[in-house]
Design a protein around this ligand. Structure first.
Ligand SMILES: Cc1cc2nc3c(=O)[nH]c(=O)nc-3n(C[C@H](O)[C@H](O)[C@H](O)COP(=O)(O)OP(=O)(O)OC[C@H]3O[C@@H](n4cnc5c(N)ncnc54)[C@H](O)[C@@H]3O)c2cc1C
Length: 809
C-alpha cells in the first residue's frame, strides 16, 4: 500500500467519493480515499435518492443545482450508471405561508436556470391523479430534479475519480489520525500508515469519533429515518410517464416517489425523533439497517395511505430504517476544522445525495484554491464553538429533524437548547421585552416587544407583526437615542513588538498610525476574496484591538495563527467572553453620556472614528466613536461584569431624553440605509472591487495577503458588483437570494434586503453583472413571484454626506 499522498479522505460514502472526484477534476490526483468496508456501505446505499430544489438559501440552491445538472450526464463520463430519474417534483402547500416559501424558492431557483412554476389544484391533479388534494391550495412544480440510485451515484464518482488517477482503498479501516511536527498528517490504517498534506473527515455517522482522535468535538448526532417500499401498485403499471416526487409537509410530513412500479414513502415523524449511536457508531457496522419502529411513523403513514388510496390494497415489501448524521442547524460541516491546519470536514450531511455532488465540488475548490466560488459561510465547521456541547447538539439536532415539516421562514428562531451563552445584560434585556436570536451561541436581542405585544417571535416572508415595532426602534435611534447589546461581537487583542507589521500584512487597510485610531478593514485570502471584515483599533504602540461579527471568532483566530511567522513577536488573545459591548446611537447619545462621564466627547477631543479610554459611571472602559446605525454614537467595550451597571447608568441618564432599547432587526434596517455592507455582502465569493469596498484598501502601503489579486481584480472587468437598490416593494421586502432581472435577463441575485424605516423605502444589496451595475439602472427583482421594479442607488439612502455620525456638540 502507498505510504504518502497529497490528500487522504477517510470515508467512501457519497460525500467522500464526490470530493475525491472533484479534487481530481481540479487537478489534484495524488489523492487516496480509504474506506473501512466497501464504498456506499454507510448511510449512502440506503438513501431514497431524492434530489430536490427545496432550499432556503442561495448557496444551498447552488449546491443542489450543480448536482441536478451533473447527475444526468455523469454516466457518459464515468461509465457507471446512476439511474437518473428526472421525474420532477411536486411540493404541496396548504397555507399562504407555505405558498410564500415555495414562491421564494421559485424566485431563487429560476435565476439558477431551473424550470419551475406554482400550479393550482386542477393542474396538480392532472400531473398526479392519485392524491387526495383536500386542503391543498397550490404546489411548486419542478421538472428537472428527481432521484438517483444513491449507490450508483457514489460509485460513479468513484469510477470518475479512478479514471483521473485518484486511488480508492476499500476494506481498510482508518484507526487514527496524528499531526506531524512538519505540518503533515499521519493517517494510521489497518494496512499501514499514509503521510499526507491534507486529511479529510468524510466519515458520515462516524465523523465525530474520527474527529475525537485529533481533539475535535464535531457537533454531529446521528438520527434515524424510515421509508417503506410497497408491493407493485396496479395503478402505476400502465403509466406512460413516471410520477413526480411528491412532498407534503402539511398532511403526512413526508415524501412519495415511484420505485419501479411500487411506491416509496418516507416519513419525517413530527415528534420525538430518534437518535442513535450517541456514544459512537460500532466500527463493524456495515450496510446497517435498524429494526423498523413502526410506532414512530405509523400514524403519519396512515395519513399518507389515506391521501393515496392506491396503496390501500397493496402490502409493504420492505422497510428501510437507517442512520443519518445531522448538525444543530441542519447544514453540513464543509470546510476547515477549527484550530487544525489542513484538516478538512466533509461530513454532518443529512441530504448527502442531493448535496454531495455540489459539496464535493465546492470543497475541492476551497482546498485547492483557498476559496470556493460560492459563499461557504453557512457550511463552515468553524461556525460552532465550545458552546455547542453535547446537550446543545443533541437537542438542536432533534429540533432540526422536526423542522423538516416547518416552513423555513427567514430568521426562523430555533429556540430549543437555549440559552447557552448570555451576556451580563441578558436578564435586564429580557425583562425589557427582548426577543433574542442566537449568534455563535450568544443571545442577542433582535427586537423588543412593546405596547402589550407578546414576547414571542413571529415570522413571515411578508412584513410580520414586528415591522412597526422595529420602525419605532429606528425612530428612537434617529430622533433621540437607542442602546443595543452587541456583546456577541468577536473581540481579539493583538500585542507585541511585531503586532503592527503583522496586522498590516493581515488586513487590506493601513493599520492606524496613532494610538486612538480606528480602521475598518478586511482579511483577504490569496485569491483576494474576503475572509472576514474587522474593525481594528490601535490601543498603544504595540497594542491593538480587533472586533468582528461573532461567527468569525474561530476563523479570525485560525487565520492569524496560520499566518504568524515563527520569528514574529505577536500575541493574539480572544477576549470575546471577557468583555461586553454595547452600542449607544442617536443625536442625544452625547448628551446622555455626558451625564455619566467627565471625559470630553466633543469632536476636537473625541473625533469620529477614534478610540478613547474613558470612565462611565465609575467604570473604566474603551469607547469607540463608531456607529453601524449611521448616527452620532459610541461603542462601549468593558469587562463583562461591569456591563449591567454601565447599562443602568445609560438608561437612567437617558430616560428623560427618550432613550430606548433596540435590536439587530433595527440595526439591519439602518445599515441598509447607510449602505454598510454586512457579512451577507462580504463573502469568500468576492474581491474588494466587486464588493465595492475598495475605499477600505491601501494598495500603496506594502505587502498584505491578497494584495496582488486585489490589484488584478481592480484592473480587470468585474464579474459582478455589489449595488444598493431601492425596491418598489409592496408588503414583502427582499431577504436575500432573490433573482435580479434586467431587460428580461437574469443579471444577479440579492445578497440581503429589508425595509429602511428612516427613509421609508424598501432596500436591498445585490450582486449584478457589471453591464447592469450603473447607478440609476432600472432593474427588476422577483419577490414572491412578482417582478418588482428596483433602481440602483448612487450612494447611501440615508445621510449620504455622513454628517450625522460626525456631528459636533
Ligand atoms: C432512510 C434514509 C433515506 C435517505 N434518503 C435520502 C434522500 O432521498 N436524499 C438525500 O439527499 N439523502 C438521503 N438520506 C441521507 C443520506 O443517506 C446521507 O446524507 C448520506 O448518505 C451521507 O453520506 P456520507 O458520505 O456523509 O456518509 P456515509 O455514506 O455513511 O459514508 C461514510 C463512510 O465512511 C466510512 N468510514 C467511517 N469511519 C471510517 C474509518 N475509520 N475508516 C474508513 N472508513 C470509514 C463508512 O464505512 C462509510 O462508508 C437518507 C438517509 C436515510 C437513513
Amino acid at each position: 500500500m502507498r505510504t504518502t499522498a497529497q490528500v487522504v479522505i477517510v470515508g467512501g460514502g457519497i460525500m467522500g467519493a464526490s470530493l475525491l472526484y472533484h479534487l481530481a477534476k481540479e487537478g489534484w490526483t495524488d489523492c487516496v480515499l480509504v474506506e473501512k468496508a466497501t464504498l456506499t456501505s454507510g448511510s449512502t446505499w440506503h438513501a431514497a435518492g431524492l434530489i430536490a430544489h427545496l432550499s432556503s438559501s442561495l448557496s444551498l440552491a447552488k449546491i443542489t443545482s450543480y448536482g441536478v445538472n451533473l447527475l444526468p450526464k455523469i454516466e457518459a463520463e464515468t461509465g457507471q450508471s446512476v439511474s437518473w430519474h428526472g421525474c420532477g417534483g411536486l411540493y404541496l402547500a396548504y397555507t399562504e405561508d407555505e405558498l410564500d416559501w415555495l414562491k421564494y424558492i421559485v424566485s431563487v431557483c429560476r435565476g439558477l436556470g431551473h424550470p419551475m412554476e406554482i400550479i393550482g389544484p386542477d393542474e396538480i391533479r392532472k400531473i398526479f391523479p392519485f392524491y387526495d388534494l383536500d386542503g391543498v391550495i397550490a404546489a411548486l412544480y419542478t421538472t428537472d430534479d428527481g432521484h438517483v440510485d444513491p449507490a450508483g451515484a457514489c460509485l460513479s464518482f468513484a469510477a470518475g475519480a479512478r479514471k483521473l488517477g485518484a486511488e480508492i482503498i476499500q476494506n481498510n479501516r482508518v484507526t487514527n489520525i496524528k499531526p506531524l511536527p512538519i505540518g503533515e498528517w499521519r493517517v494510521v490504517t489497518e494496512l499501514g500508515d499514509i503521510v499526507c498534506q491534507h486529511v479529510v473527515n468524510a466519515g458520515g455517522t462516524y465523523a465525530r469519533q474520527i474527529g475525537q482522535w485529533t481533539g475535535l468535538d464535531l457537533p454531529i448526532i446521528n438520527t434515524t429515518h424510515h421509508y417503506i417500499v410497497t408491493e407493485t401498485v396496479p395503478e402505476l403499471l400502465n403509466l406512460e410517464k413516471e410520477l413526480p416526487v411528491l412532498r407534503d409537509i402539511g398532511a403526512f410530513s413526508g415524501y412519495f416517489r415511484m420505485e419501479q412500479k411500487s411506491g416509496l414513502i418516507g416519513i419525517y415523524e413530527k415528534e420525538n425523533p430518534n437518535t442513535i449511536w450517541d456514544d459512537g457508531a460500532p466500527w463493524e457496522a456495515e450496510h446497517e439497517l435498524f429494526e423498523p419502529q413502526l410506532e414512530r411513523i405509523g400514524s403519519w403513514l396512515e395519513i399518507a395511505m389515506e391521501r393515496m388510496p392506491i396503496f390501500a390494497n397493496v402490502g409493504i415489501r420492505r422497510i428501510f430504517h437507517g442512520a443519518i448524521p445531522d448538525t444543530p442547524d441542519g447544514n453540513m460541516l464543509l470546510g476547515p476544522a477549527p484550530g487544525l491546519r489542513n484538516y478538512w470536514c466533509c461530513c454532518g450531511t443529512q441530504m448527502g445525495i442531493g448535496w454531495g455532488p455540489g459539496a464535493g465540488k465546492y470543497l475541492a475548490q476551497w482546498m485547492i484554491h483557498g476559496a470556493a466560488e460560492i459563499s461557504m459561510r453557512e457550511f463552515d465547521p468553524r461556525r460552532y464553538g465550545a458552546f455547542a456541547d453535547r446537550g446543545y447538539v443533541h437537542s438542536k439536532v432533534k429540533e432540526d429533524y422536526v423542522l423538516h415539516r416547518v416552513v423555513p421562514f427567514p430568521g426562523l428562531n430555533r429556540l430549543v437548547g437555549r440559552p447557552v451563552k448570555t451576556s451580563s445584560l441578558y436578564e435586564p434585556l429580557k425583562a425589557a421585552g427582548a426577543i433574542f436570536e442566537e449568534v455563535y451561541g450568544w443571545e442577542q436581542p433582535r427586537w423588543f416587544a412593546r405596547d402589550g405585544m407578546a414576547q414571542k417571535d413571529v415570522y413571515g416572508y411578508r412584513r410580520p407583526d414586528w415591522f412597526d415595532t422595529v420602525a419605532a426602534e429606528c425612530r428612537a435611534v434617529q430622533e433621540r437615542a437607542g442602546v443595543m447589546d452587541i456583546s456577541a461581537f468577536g473581540k481579539v487583542e493583538i500585542q507585541g513588538r511585531d503586532a503592527e507589521s503583522f496586522l498590516n500584512r493581515m488586513i487590506a487597510n493601513r493599520v492606524p498610525r496613532k494610538a486612538g485610531g480606528i480602521v475598518l478593514s478586511h482579511l483577504l485570502n490569496a485569491m483576494g476574496t474576503i475572509e472576514a471584515e474587522v474593525v481594528v483599533t490601535r490601543l498603544g504602540a504595540e497594542r491593538f484591538y480587533a472586533t468582528f461579527a461573532a461567527f468569525f471568532e474561530h476563523r479570525v483566530l485560525d487565520w492569524f495563527a496560520a499566518h504568524l511567522g515563527a520569528a514574529e513577536k505577536v500575541e493574539v488573545r480572544s477576549v470575546s467572553e471577557a468583555r461586553g459591548c454595547l452600542s449607544i446611537a442617536g443625536p442625544k447619545s452625547r448628551d446622555i453620556l455626558r451625564r455619566i462621564t467627565n471625559s470630553p466627547l466633543d469632536n476636537a477631543n473625541f473625533p469620529w472614528l477614534s478610540h478613547r479610554d474613558i470612565e462611565v459611571a465609575g467604570h473604566p472602559l474603551r469607547a469607540l466613536r463608531i456607529s453601524y446605525a449611521g448616527e452620532l454614537g459610541w461603542e462601549i467595550h468593558a469587562p463583562m461584569k461591569s456591563m449591567p451597571e454601565i447599562y443602568d447608568a445609560i438608561m437612567t441618564a437617558g430616560q428623560s431624553l427618550g432613550i430606548e432599547n433596540f435590536g439587530s432587526f433595527a440595526l439591519n434596517s439602518m445599515r441598509l440605509e447607510k449602505a454598510f455592507h454586512a457579512s451577507s455582502e462580504l463573502t469568500n465569493e468576492v474581491t474588494l472591487p466587486e464588493a465595492d469596498v475598495m475605499r477600505f484598501a491601501k494598495l500603496d502601503k506594502g505587502e498584505f495577503v491578497g494584495r496582488e489579486a486585489t490589484l488584478e481584480s481592480a484592473k480587470s472587468p468585474l464579474k459582478w458588483k455589489c449595488v444598493g437598490l431601492v425596491v418598489d416593494a409592496q408588503d414583502a421586502d427582499c431577504w436575500g437570494g432573490e433573482t435580479i432581472y434586467w431587460n428580461g435577463s437574469v443579471v444577479g441575485f440579492v445578497s440581503s434586503g429589508g425595509y429602511g424605516h428612516r427613509v421609508k423605502k424598501s432596500l436591498a444589496f445585490a450582486y449584478v453583472n457589471s453591464e447592469s451595475s450603473e447607478a440609476g439602472t432600472e432593474l427588476q427583482v422577483d419577490i414572491l413571484g412578482e417582478r418588482r421594479a428596483a433602481r440602483i442607488l448612487n450612494g447611501p439612502a440615508y445621510d449620504p454626506s455622513n454628517a450625522r455620525p460626525r456631528a459636533d456638540g
